[in-house]
Design a protein around this ligand. Structure first.
Ligand code: UD1
Length: 420
């Protein structure tokens, strides 16, 4: 199979302005939600990424017309021809599991492959299945496939044992056409959940509390098409902030919601970065000497995001002292550390805890992207290393970053692609 690599000549200070892409993790559930509308949805600021293309393929397979024009995607779900998602598409992207709730809400049936384990360690969907069952779905799990059938979701109160983002989304999607009120206790509070709630409300559902720990959804008989603009991608923002900071550079990010990045800017400030925020812009100037950060604990929103752990780690590799990370969301989210060590990073892992002892300099190396955010972290580190690095398997990076290399080149990075 053909592999594409990024070649990075490190050591250039990044400087300049970028316009932030739309949020992948918002676009995906919103595209799934479009299945609920007996009409056409127009979704703006929809990033052009391989994961989003997979979602469009799923929509096409279900019989919806899904067309992209620039950053606007139109989904016409007047006709649903199919309620089963092929294993090939389920395996490409774990988050395709949220189509279950949307299909159940719209048609009362859904069938999909079990997404299985993945690069971040075991990613069970027991909370999704348990909640959908509690809402009235009959679900069987056999031979790696999930088959679900239901009438309209029934009135109930789902108490999540952990504020899972995907499970909260699946509940909201199924509940949007419930016969009565569904309440979610200990719901995920991520901005992407709030965005999904807004989208569902525009379609005619009555969602309140999205973005807080308790969400209520009063189902509607019928949902219609609507128009919506996806929120900006806070994790892509964190990545470009780290790239600029790691190279002792400066960046201004336009079309950002600074409030969504509170826990990240807090850590960046602790490390010495100067950050100023406008209503939809953020500027960061790196410190001359990076200060270590005593403890970075990943937590559900509004805590520090697990998706930003790897890129912030890549930035802190050259801090003057020891930084400590605790990963509380996923079991296997330190796989990038083995690759970062190839650049000369000093990292020790003990279970959930990762200790990064800053080194004065990194040296370019050959590395392999093993997952999306870990892959982006390799690029951040390579940009700050002396000499040439090569990052293989960049398909992982391109699942989440639109024109990653062009965006970095625009800031002065020396990055090119090479087909192998
Ligand atoms: C979403 C994001 C992902 C992010 C994660 C945590 C999308 C497309 N992906 O993933 O980028 O890293 O939130 O912020 O939005 N869990 C269970 N049982 C379940 C569901 C989850 O045990 O049924 C566990 C998971 O294994 C994991 C933790 O809960 O340890 C968090 O998972 P969850 O919040 O569901 O993440 P995703 O929705 O998969």
């Amino acid at each position: 199979m053909e592999d594409t690599s990024f070649i990075i000549e490190g050591g250039e200070r990044l400087s300049g302005e970028i316009t932030l892409q739309g949020a992948k993790n918002s676009a995906l559930p919103i595209l799934a939600a479009a299945v609920l509308a007996e009409g056409k949805c127009v979704i703006h600021n929809c990033p052009d990424l391989s994961d989003v293309r997979t979602a469009l393929e799923i929509l096409g397979h279900l019989g919806c017309a899904a067309v992209r024009r620039g950053h606007t995607v139109e989904v016409d779900a007047r006709r649903i021809a199919n309620t089963s998602i092929p294993s090939r598409l389920m395996l490409k992207m774990r988050s395709s599991v949220i189509f279950l709730g949307a299909l159940l809400g719209r048609t009362g049936e859904a069938e999909a492959a079990y997404p299985g384990g993945c690069e971040l360690g075991p990613r069970p969907i027991d909370l999704h299945i348990g909640a959908l069952r509690q809402m009235g779905a009959e679900i069987s799990e056999e031979f790696g496939r999930i088959t679900a059938k239901s009438g309209r979701a029934r009135e109930t109160c789902v108490n999540l044992s952990f504020p899972s983002v995907g499970a909260t989304e699946n509940i909201m999607l199924f509940a949007a056409r419930a016969r009565g009120r569904v309440t979610v206790i200990n719901a995920a509070r991520e901005p992407e959940i709030e965005d999904l709630g807004e989208f569902l409300n525009k379609m005619g559902a009555r969602v309140s509390g999205a973005g807080s720990g308790v969400i209520t959804i009063d189902g509607a008989c019928r949902l219609t098409g609507c128009e919506h603009t996806v929120i900006p991608d806070r994790i892509a923002a964190a990545t470009y902030m780290c790239a600029a900071a790691a190279t002792k550079g400066k960046i201004t990010i336009d079309r950002i919601r600074p409030a969504h990045l509170g826990s990240v800017t807090d850590i960046m400030r602790q490390s010495g970065c100067l950050i100023s925020e406008g209503e939809s812009t953020l500027s960061l100037t790196a410190p001359d000497a990076i200060r270590p950060v005593r403890l970075i604990r990943t937590m559900p929103y509004p805590g520090f995001p697990t998706d930003a752990q790897a890129v912030v780690m890549a930035y802190l590799l050259r801090a003057r002292g020891v930084s400590v990370f605790t990963e509380n969301i996923f079991e296997n989210r330190y796989r990038h550390t083995g690759e970062l060590e190839k650049l000369g990073a000093d990292i020790t892992i003990n279970g959930r805890v990762c200790v990064v002892s800053g080194v004065p300099a990194l040296t370019g190396a050959h590395m392999c992207a093993l997952d999306l955010r870990g892959g982006a972290a390799l690029a951040v580190a390579a940009l700050s290393a002396q000499g040439r690095s090569e990052i293989h398997n960049i398909c992982h990076i391109e699942r989440g970053y639109e024109r990653f290399d062009e965006t970095l080149s625009g800031l002065g990075a020396r990055i090119t692609r090479k087909k192998i």
